[in-house]
Ligand binder design. Structure first.
Ligand code: 3PG
Length: 198
């Protein structure tokens, strides 16, 4: 139910971080291209943490699409939708989760065959109430809200029929990662991993 959205500054923490999240039950991990280490982190997790399904996030250009494919990303997340990125994801055979936050953007994504969309930045553009409003005209679209989702609000999103999962950085706070407090991260992951079933 929860995709950790991760900014990993150092390749040295890649394996213990991914292992802690997987032990806690979160195995689908989004490594954002917001650090220079990101591609190496994707490679390292792929090589050493077989339980993890590692993807790339904040993929904004077609050249980044190519780089993350080469690094072994199993899926790609972008903050928005463009036809160029859609073609590029297709070219590199990468499952792609494009972002939207308006009805017009949803229509563009639908025209290109996408029905599972990231809703970003979720809290700022209207959160749960906005998603409820979208469920009327867009009955066959499901969303992964991210951006400002927290341990406190994730459940409210997951209770919506048009929400498949949520994404967020709260399960791996940067200070906790830097300090190597892996048990804390495992606990946060475990709490998040049961949100969809309780
Ligand atoms: C994203 O890229 O999905 C968001 O930046 C994650 O947002 P958060 O840090 O507020 O969870």
């Amino acid at each position: 139910p929860v995709i950790p959205v991760l900014v990993v500054d150092s390749v040295d923490v890649a394996v213990p971080l991914a292992e802690a999240l997987c032990r806690g039950g979160l195995t689908v991990l989004e490594i954002t291209l917001r650090s220079s280490a990101a591609l190496a982190v994707i490679e390292k997790i792929n090589e050493h943490v077989p339980a993890a399904i590692v993807g790339a996030g904040s993929v904004n250009t077609t050249s980044q699409m190519k780089s993350v494919k080469q690094a072994g990303a199993r899926f790609v997340v972008s903050p928005g939708f463009t036809p160029f990125l859609a073609e590029s994801a297709d070219k590199y055979q990468l499952p792609w989760l494009p972002g939207v936050c308006t009805p017009g953007e949803i229509l563009s994504a639908m025209q290109h065959g996408f029905h599972e969309l990231k809703f970003f930045p979720a809290e700022l553009v209207g959160g749960v109430a906005f998603l409820k409003a979208l469920s009327g005209p867009f009955q066959n679209i499901v969303f992964c809200p991210t951006g400002g989702v927290s341990a406190a609000t994730a459940k409210d999103y997951l209770n919506l029929d048009n929400v498949l999962c949520v994404g967020g950085s709260w399960v791996a706070p940067p200070d906790t990662v830097r300090a190597g407090r892996w048990e804390e991260i495992e606990t946060l992951a475990r709490q998040a991993s049961v949100l969809g079933i309780t």
